[in-house]
Design a protein around this ligand. Structure first.
Ligand SMILES: CC(C)(COP(=O)(O)OP(=O)(O)OC[C@H]1O[C@@H](n2cnc3c(N)ncnc32)[C@H](O)[C@@H]1OP(=O)(O)O)[C@@H](O)C(=O)NCCC(=O)NCCS
Length: 149
């Protein structure tokens, strides 16, 4: 793999690409406006409770994901997105493995997330199990999933 290692965005342009990929993959098709790809935790800086993860091919971003701690032992992953021209090439797996490593190192023992139906198999490949239904968002059915690290 020639791509660089998973890491947080480091420059204003990289942050712009980071949120742009989220929006393009997760919001644009549903007609959601720019800004809908962020939440208030994205404004929190300088804390170990939030991990931003991204992969680049040269200067172009290809995959992103975010983890935030919800308690001393539990965390949540949101905003997993891989550029469509790079899907099914292992990049999403690289992002999730990085987030799991960082979570484990920080004392997290369980991660929960709300998975789109279309992504359930991806998360199952990474040890997650369905623990219930999650709210339907933008007319997309979601399943609540969890993994013990
Ligand atoms: C879901 C997503 C993050 C997965 O990332 P990815 O880089 O495409 O996935 P990987 O190549 O690492 O896949 C690893 C394994 O997960 C499973 N998998 C991934 N995508 C799958 C799909 N669409 N259908 C079935 N299985 C899938 C496969 O077992 C795959 O291994 P294989 O290709 O050897 O069969 C990415 O496709 C994506 O951004 N999808 C659109 C946005 C989205 O749904 N995000 C998640 C919101 S909850």
């Amino acid at each position: 793999m020639n791509e660089q290692a998973v890491r947080p965005p480091a420059t204003p342009d990289e942050w712009k690409q980071y949120f742009d990929l989220r929006w393009r993959v997760l919001r644009a098709a549903g007609g959601q406006p720019r800004g809908s790809e962020r939440d208030t935790l994205d404004d929190v800086v300088g804390t170990l409770s939030i991990v931003h993860a991204a992969l680049w091919a040269g200067e172009q971003i290809i995959a992103v994901g975010r983890l935030h701690r919800r308690s001393a032992t539990m965390a949540q992953i949101r905003y997993m997105a891989v550029s469509p021209d790079r899907a099914r090439q292992g990049w999403g797996s690289e992002i999730i493995k990085y987030l799991h490593q960082r979570a484990h190192a920080g004392g997290t023992s369980t991660i929960e997330l709300d998975a789109r139906e279309s992504a359930v198999k991806f998360y199952e490949r990474h040890g997650y199990r369905v623990i219930g239904d999650a709210p339907t968002k933008w007319e997309i059915c979601h399943r609540r999933m969890a993994v013990d690290l």
